[in-house]
Design a protein around this ligand. Sequence first.
Ligand code: NDP
Length: 332
Amino acid sequence: YPAKEKLGIALVGLGYYSTDLLAPALQLTEKAYLAGIVTGTPSKAETWKKKYNLPEKNIYNYQNFDQIANNPDIDVVYVVLPPSMHREFVVRAAKAGKHVFCEKPMAPSVADCEAMIKACKDNKVKLAIGYRCQHDPNIQAYMQVAKEQKFGKVKMVTSAAGYFDGRTNHWKQNKALGGGVMGDMGVYALQGARLATGEEPISVIAQASTTRPEIYKEVEETMMFLLEFPSGARASCQTSFGINMNYLQVNYEKGWLKMEPQSGYNGNKGSMSDGTLINFTIKSQQAKQMDEDCMAIMVGTDLIAPGEEGLRDIRVVEAIYKSVKTGQLVKI
Ligand code: NDP
């Protein structure tokens, strides 16, 4: 196809995140636009078609989705489904020859993530994970502190991400659909620790718990985990569907840094022991994410959060569940 000014994105799964965040963000993007939708709910197809002026030919369901291969309007398929469905739709999108954006958590298992990366590689398409925070200058600011060793080595990280989820019958409480707080909010607590140290953890010990066993029957409501990094840095992380919390504290050899919130849609901000403030404003994290990812695809540069970055988290998530099951420290 001829070079385009904007890439056409098709959102797959029109739930909360597509409806409330991604579609509005796609009205603000400069390198991407909402070109199509893939939904299992015919009434949503009608609503979205009118609201976003979508041509009928760019509307798919889960059965006829593979025909998207023949649609030049769609450059990127953005998978916004429950986590257990990510692998199937990423692989189908890759086989259709489309670049893929996939929401976090990338998939329930390392094996799934590896299959998704391979499918995209084999079909010569790009795979980006929806880690919107890595596109946020406030998060990039603390990543830079680790990189420059501004306050020396990282000694200790405390990282928390959780919210109170009042729902009682959602996929987040269903194991088969990829629920559980660890993959959901837990990856933000984990990313806080990984990005603040700039290192990959080498061991973990974890504890799962719930205060609402009648709702959290199959998956954990709360997860606490301790990470050890190669430099000797340690992290204490917590995530929950029962507690509103969102902060990061990093203690270095010669100073400290605090973020609160650390992984919000907006308003992430913080301060450092030398008085430096972190407080950038951006119009839309999701718009910035999709613009930067589309730009990377168009010019052929590296993605900020490729499939391999999603896999790094899931490798730790798997080790966390193994630690919960065995009650032991698990090497990663
Ligand atoms: P929702 O439950 O609100 O929406 C999921 C959608 O997936 C449904 O509306 C439905 O869309 C489709 N779907 C297809 N099969 C099923 C099924 N068996 N059960 C439930 N839904 C199904 O989820 P969210 O929008 O909150 O989350 C979707 C993804 O986005 C997850 O991976 C989540 O972690 C991620 N997310 C990321 C955020 C971020 O900040 N990066 C924030 C929120 C979510 P349809 O009716 O169109 O078929």
